[in-house]
Design a protein around this ligand. Structure first.
Ligand SMILES: Nc1ncnc2c1ncn2[C@@H]1O[C@H](COP(=O)(O)OP(=O)(O)OP(=O)(O)O)[C@@H](O)[C@H]1O
Length: 595
C-alpha cells in the first residue's frame, strides 16, 4: 500500500473532483435506501387495507376504501420511480467526478513516466526490453487507474451504503439484521479469492496472447525469409501449437468463471431465505411487520453488489500497488549520464581522447582500451578496422551516450562531462549504423531536429546527401510517407535520408557510423565532396570499411580489438606498410577479382 502513497499528490491535485464525488456517492445511496422504507409502508398498507376492505364487505364505503388504497399505491409507486431516477442522476454525477478524475490522473501519470523515460540514458534502454517499458506506460498505468477510479468509487459506495443500510436494519430488528447479513462476509471472501484466481489466469492468458502476437508480428516481418526458405508449413504448425496453448488457458478461465456466478447467486439466495424465515417468525411473534421483511429484502438487494465489490476492490488495490511499485522503480531511476552544467554553450568541435578505456556496463565487454587521438575543427578523421573493433563505441562516447570507464574525453579542451549535455548533443550530427526512419513524411524525417519545418534548408540537405533527385521522382516528393504507413525506401535511399537529417542541423561535429555502405562509390564521392564544402571549419568523423571512402581524410585511425593500431594520413599509413597497408592490398585484390 505504501507504493500507492505516491498517487496522493494527484488525489490532492484533483480534490475538487474527489470531494464532490464522495458527496454524490452518499446522496445516491440515500436515494437508494428511501425506496426500501416506502416499500415497507406500501406493504403494510396493503396488508391493513385488505383486512379493512374485507371488513367492509357489503357496505357502501367499500369502493371508496378501494379507490383510496389504489391511489396511495400509485403514489408510492411514482415516488419509488422518482427516487430511482434521482439515484441514477447522482450515480451519473458520481461517475462524472471520480472516474473523470482517474482519467485525468492516468493522463498525468503516463506523461510523467514518458518524460522520465526520455531523460534516462541509453544503458537503461539496453537493460530493459521494449515490451517491458511499454507495459509500464500502458498496462501498469491502467491498473493504477482502476484503483483511482472504480476502486475508490466502489469503496466509498460500499462504506456509505453499509453505514446507512445497517443503521436502518438494526433499528428495525438487530437479530434479523445480524442473521440476514451472515452470508455477506463469506460472499466477500469468496469473491476476493475467486477474483484473484480469475486475475492470475487472465494474466497468463494475456502473456500467452502477447507471445502469440509477437510470433505473428515477427513472422509477418520476416515473411520474405520464411518464403524463400520454404518454412511456411513449419511456421503454420508452430502457430497452431502456440494457439493451442492459448486455447487451453482460456478454457481454465472459463471454468472458474462458470463456477463463480452460481456460487454467488447461492449465497445471495441464502441471505434472502434467512430473512424470510427469521423475519416470518418475528412477524408471527409480532415484533416486526410484513412490510419490514420486504424492506429487508430491498436492503439485501442493495448490499449485494457493494459486498461483491469489496472483494473485487481489494484485489484491484493489491494489483494497483504492485503496478505502482514497478512504476516507482522506474520513476526513481536516475539517469546515468548527468548534465551538471545548466549553461548552454557553443562548441568549436575539437575532440580529444586521452587514454580512453570503456567497458560496456551490461556485458562487461572491454570495447576500448587506452585509446588516444585528437581531431581539430575543420578536420576529417576516419576510423577503419575489423567488425567489433570498437569504432561505433568511439562514436557513442563522443555523443556521450555512455561515460568512459578510464581516461578522459575533451571537447574544445574541456572535459566532456562539464558541457551542458542537451546543447552539446544539439550541435552534433549523428548518422547511426542502423538507419531509423519514422513513419512520417520524408520532409519531417529530414527536419527531425528542428521545431519548424524550413523547406529550402531541408531541400539543400537532401541535395548535399545526394538523395534530392530520388525524392523528386516520388509522386508526392518530400511529402511522401515512409515506413509502415507509406513506401519502402531502398537501403541506400534510407542511408542518404538519414545523412540529410544529420547535416540539416549544420552541426559542429558530424559523425557517420558506417552509413555509406549501401551507396555506390560515385554517390559516396559526391556526398563526401558536398560535406567537404559544408563542413569547413567543423569536425567530421567517418567510420567506414572501404578505404576508398576515407583515403582523403586528414587523419585515419586503424582499430583492432579496442586499440588504435596506427594513425596518420593515407600516405603515412601506406608508407608504414603495416595493418592499413595490408588492408589496402586486400581490398585492392578483392576489387580486381570482382572487376
Ligand atoms: N550496447 C552494447 N552493449 C554491450 N556490448 C556492446 C554494445 N555495443 C557493442 N558492444 C560490444 O563492444 C565491442 C565493440 O563494438 P563496436 O560496435 O564498437 O564495434 P564496431 O567496430 O563498430 O563494429 P562494426 O564494424 O561491426 O560496427 C563488440 O565486442 C561488441 O560486441
Amino acid at each position: 500500500m505504501k507504493h500507492l502513497a505516491y498517487l496522493n499528490k494527484f488525489l490532492y491535485k484533483y480534490r475538487w473532483h474527489l470531494i464532490p464525488g464522495i458527496i454524490f456517492v452518499t446522496i445516491s445511496n440515500i436515494f437508494g435506501i428511501i425506496p426500501a422504507q416506502i416499500i415497507r409502508i406500501a406493504f403494510n398498507l396493503v396488508t391493513e387495507n385488505i383486512s379493512t376492505y374485507q371488513l367492509l364487505n357489503g357496505f357502501e364505503q367499500q369502493p371508496m376504501v378501494y379507490s383510496i388504497f389504489g391511489s396511495s399505491l400509485l403514489l408510492f409507486g411514482t415516488l419509488v420511480l422518482v427516487l430511482a431516477l434521482l439515484r441514477g442522476l447522482f450515480v451519473f454525477f458520481m461517475r462524472q467526478t471520480i472516474i473523470l478524475m482517474s482519467r485525468h490522473i492516468e493522463y498525468d501519470l503516463k506523461n510523467e513516466i514518458y518524460a522520465h523515460y526520455q531523460a534516462l540514458s541509453l544503458a537503461f534502454f539496453r537493460r530493459h526490453n521494449t515490451g517491458d517499458l511499454m507495459n509500464r506506460v500502458t498496462e501498469d498505468v491502467t491498473r493504477v487507474r482502476m484503483y483511482l477510479g472504480p476502486a475508490i468509487m466502489y469503496a466509498c459506495n460500499t462504506v456509505t451504503l453499509f453505514i446507512i443500510a445497517i443503521y436502518f436494519m438494526v433499528s428495525v430488528n438487530p437479530k434479523l439484521a445480524l442473521l440476514s447479513l451472515l452470508p455477506m462476509p463469506v460472499l466477500a471472501l469468496m469473491i476476493y479469492y475467486v477474483n484473484n484466481i480469475i486475475e492470475s489466469r487472465s494474466e497468463r492468458i494475456q502473456k500467452r496472447l502477447s507471445t502469440l502476437s509477437s510470433f505473428v508480428q515477427e513472422n509477418f516481418s520476416g515473411i520474405r525469409v520464411i518464403k524463400s526458405y520454404v518454412r511456411e508449413g513449419f511456421v503454420r504448425e508452430s502457430f497452431a501449437k502456440e494457439s493451442d496453448g492459448y486455447k487451453s488457458q482460456s478454457m481454465d478461465l472459463v471454468m472458474v468463471q462458470a463456477l463463480f456466478f452460481p456460487l454467488m447467486l447461492l449465497l445471495v439466495g441464502l441471505s434472502t431465505i434467512i430473512t424470510l424465515y427469521v423475519g416470518g417468525v418475528e412477524v408471527i411473534k409480532g415484533n416486526i411487520t410484513a412490510g419490514n421483511i420486504a424492506e429487508f429484502i430491498v436492503y439485501l438487494g442493495l448490499l449485494t453488489f457493494p459486498v461483491m465489490s469489496l472483494g473485487w476492490v481489494s484485489s484491484l488495490v493489491q494489483r494497483a500497488a504492485a503496478s505502482q511499485k514497478r512504476i516507482n522503480e522506474f520513476l526513481h531511476e536516475e539517469p546515468e549520464i548527468k548534465s551538471i552544467n545548466k549553461q548552454k554553450q557553443d562548441i568549436k568541435g575539437k575532440i580529444e581522447f586521452k587514454n580512453v578505456s570503456f567497458d560496456y556496463p551490461d556485458t562487461g565487454i572491454k570495447a576500448l582500451d587506452d585509446v588516444s587521438f585528437s581531431a581539430e575543427p575543420g578536420q576529417l578523421v576516419a576510423i577503419i578496422g575489423r567488425t567489433g573493433s570498437g569504432k561505433s563505441t568511439i562514436a557513442n562516447l563522443i555523443m556521450r551516450m555512455y561515460d568512459t570507464t578510464g581516461g578522459e574525453i575533451l571537447i574544445d579542451d574541456k572535459p566532456i562531462k562539464q558541457l551542458n549535455l542537451e546543447s552539446y548533443r544539439a550541435q552534433i550530427g549523428f548518422v547511426p549504423q542502423e538507419v531509423f526512419l519514422f513513419s512520417d513524411t520524408i520532409a519531417n524525417n529530414i527536419a527531425f531536429s528542428a521545431d519548424v519545418l524550413n523547406m529550402p534548408v531541408v531541400e539543400q540537405a537532401a541535395k548535399n546527401a545526394a538523395v534530392y533527385s530520388n525524392i523528386m521522382e516520388f509522386e508526392k516528393g518530400f511529402e511522401t510517407m515512409i515506413g509502415e504507413r507509406g513506401i519502402t525506401l531502398s537501403g541506400g535511399q534510407k542511408q542518404r535520408v538519414s545523412i540529410a537529417r544529420a547535416i540539416v542541423k549544420e552541426p559542429q561535429i558530424l559523425i557517420f557510423d558506417d552509413c555509406l555502405s549501401a551507396v555506390d562509390t560515385k554517390t559516396e564521392e559526391e556526398i563526401l565532396n558536398n560535406l567537404g564544402r559544408s563542413m569547413q571549419n567543423k569536425t567530421s568523423l567517418i567510420i567506414a570499411h572501404r578505404i576508398s571512402t576515407i583515403k582523403n581524410a586528414d587523419k585515419i585511425l586503424v582499430m583492432d580489438n579496442g586499440k588504435i593500431l596506427e594513425q596518420g594520413t593515407h600516405a603515412q599509413l601506406m608508407a608504414n606498410k603495416a595493418a592499413y597497408f595490408e588492408l589496402y592490398e586486400k581490398q585492392l585484390l578483392e576489387e580486381q577479382e570482382t572487376a
